[in-house]
Design a protein around this ligand. Structure first.
Ligand SMILES: Nc1nc2c(c(=O)[nH]1)N[C@H]1C(S)=C(S)[C@@H](COP(=O)(O)OP(=O)(O)OC[C@H]3O[C@@H](n4cnc5c(N)ncnc54)[C@H](O)[C@@H]3O)O[C@H]1N2
Ligand code: MOO
Length: 397
């Protein structure tokens, strides 16, 4: 048996890059960039008005002119119109590109306009006001999003604005999510009174979808020969196999045997933790990794967040996330010498401290409790008495 820290270390030692691929930028949400996105021109690309009003040359105001003839109305997207005389202005809309002959924008709120004449009614017009200057945000060739960053909705917009129709991103591992056990029926089936619908695999698949991975799903019956054949095929077609169930001591728990028979080297089996103690992890000589999570839904869920998603971020080259901590909201006791992942809700108190309030649930079969909580707080196995206010690491889900 290994500790949580040892298990994490073993898992995190199995990193490899799955390469890079070009994808249409609209499909790149949540993917990890393999290239810098650079601006193809200055941002903004021209001096742009930031208010609706009039554009003038400030020199005119300095010379005592406060009423201007409106020469033209220029909206965003129009070619810039210049002023040729001191008492001339351009009626201008937000986003319009300013002509070099104007340098100040006065908003409608500071004007009275009548018969094509705009009179300034407010004091204190500053030269250069209400202009977003060319290149103020980024210069042509500057990096707006760097390789290694995750593509967010903001980065999608930046990619569009600099004309990157395709983005080079990290390739994702090919993942299959396998469920096993004859007690499990499909979501569309009506279970017998002694059966349940399978659900872990959908949870896992959804968590992967958040990272852009479209995982395949497979259900394996409780039969040793079929288990071996099907997992054998998956080892040929996938980079990562995520299993849930079939790995503890049950008579029909064929999975560890099948994995070893197929040449998947066991790197550990069983971790000093609850839930998730029977977690099995291994690697095939050809590369595929096997995360075999214990079948109880909370155990699968915890191992997915504590190990697999951590591994996935690192494999995709993302920097490790800063650990998040919270103070226990109540005293808590846990006797067994296991690292305990207690389900909690999180909130901030008046001092801005994050507080974790335990909602324990009924053990690792109680996955309804996951919907009422939002994180695990990781309580060290060396201790059994935990006091309100003590701070521990939390894993949000
Ligand atoms: N004698 C022992 N028994 C058990 C031990 C042990 O150490 N000694 N460990 C317990 C712990 S802890 C866990 S967790 C479970 C894990 O067992 P398995 O990984 O073999 O999982 P199964 O027995 O196949 O299933 C457990 C439970 O989870 C349900 N399940 C499985 N897959 C799914 C799925 N895809 N969707 C929804 N629910 C699923 C399954 O029906 C069972 O109820 O073993 C303890 N026993
Ligand atoms: O891993 Mo088990 O989740 O403690 O029931």
């Amino acid at each position: 048996m290994v500790t949580v820290a040892q298990a994490e270390k073993i898992v995190m030692a199995q990193l490899k890059s799955y390469g890079h691929e070009l994808v249409p930028f609209q499909n790149a949400l949540n993917r990890v960039l393999s290239e810098d996105i650079v601006t193809d021109r200055d941002l903004p690309p021209f001096n742009r008005a930031t208010m609706d009003g009039i554009a003038v040359s400030h020199k005119a105001i300095a010379d005592g002119i406060f009423t201007f003839h409106i020469k033209a109305t220029q909206t965003a997207g129009d070619e810039p119109v210049g002023v040729d005389d001191a008492d001339i202005c351009i009626e201008i809309m937000t986003g319009a590109a300013l002509h070099p002959s104007v340098d100040t924008v006065i908003p409608y709120e500071a004007l009275e306009i009548r018969n094509k004449l705009a009179a300034i009614t407010a004091d204190g017009t500053r030269k250069g006001q209400n202009i977003h200057y060319k290149g103020a945000d980024k210069r042509q060739g500057d990096i707006v999003a760097a390789a290694g960053q995750t593509v967010t909705p903001a980065i999608m917009g930046l990619a569009a604005s600099v004309g990157k129709a395709e983005l080079l991103v990290q390739k994702l591992p090919r993942v299959v999510v396998i469920s096993s056990g004859d007690e499990l029926v499909d979501v569309v089936d009506t279970p017998e009174p002694y059966q349940i619908r399978r659900s872990n695999n959908y949870t896992v698949k959804a968590a992967l979808a958040n990272h852009g991975i479209k995982a395949d799903m497979l259900h394996i019956p409780d039969e040793a020969a079929i288990t071996e054949i099907q997992i054998g095929q998956c080892l040929q077609n996938y980079d990562v196999i995520l299993l849930s169930g079939g790995i503890s001591m049950g008579k029909f728990d064929y999975i560890p045997k099948a994995l070893e028979a197929l040449g998947v080297e066991k790197l550990f089996h069983k971790v000093l933790q609850r839930p998730g103690k029977p977690f099995w992890f291994g690697r095939h000589a050809e590369g595929p990794l096997v995360f075999a999570f214990p079948g109880n839904p909370v155990a699968t869920f915890m191992c997915l967040h504590r190990y697999f998603l951590l591994w996935l971020d690192a494999a995709l080259g993302l920097p490790a996330k800063k650990p998040v901590y919270a103070a226990l909201g109540t005293d808590f006791k846990f006797q067994p010498a296991l690292q305990y992942f207690l389900q909690v809700t999180l909130n901030f108190d008046e001092q801005g401290r994050q507080i974790a309030t335990p909602i324990e649930g009924n053990g690792s079969g109680d996955f309804a409790n996951l919907a009422d909580t939002e994180a695990f707080i990781e309580l060290p196995m060396e201790r059994s008495d935990f006091k309100k206010g003590e701070v521990f690491r939390v894993w949000k889900f």
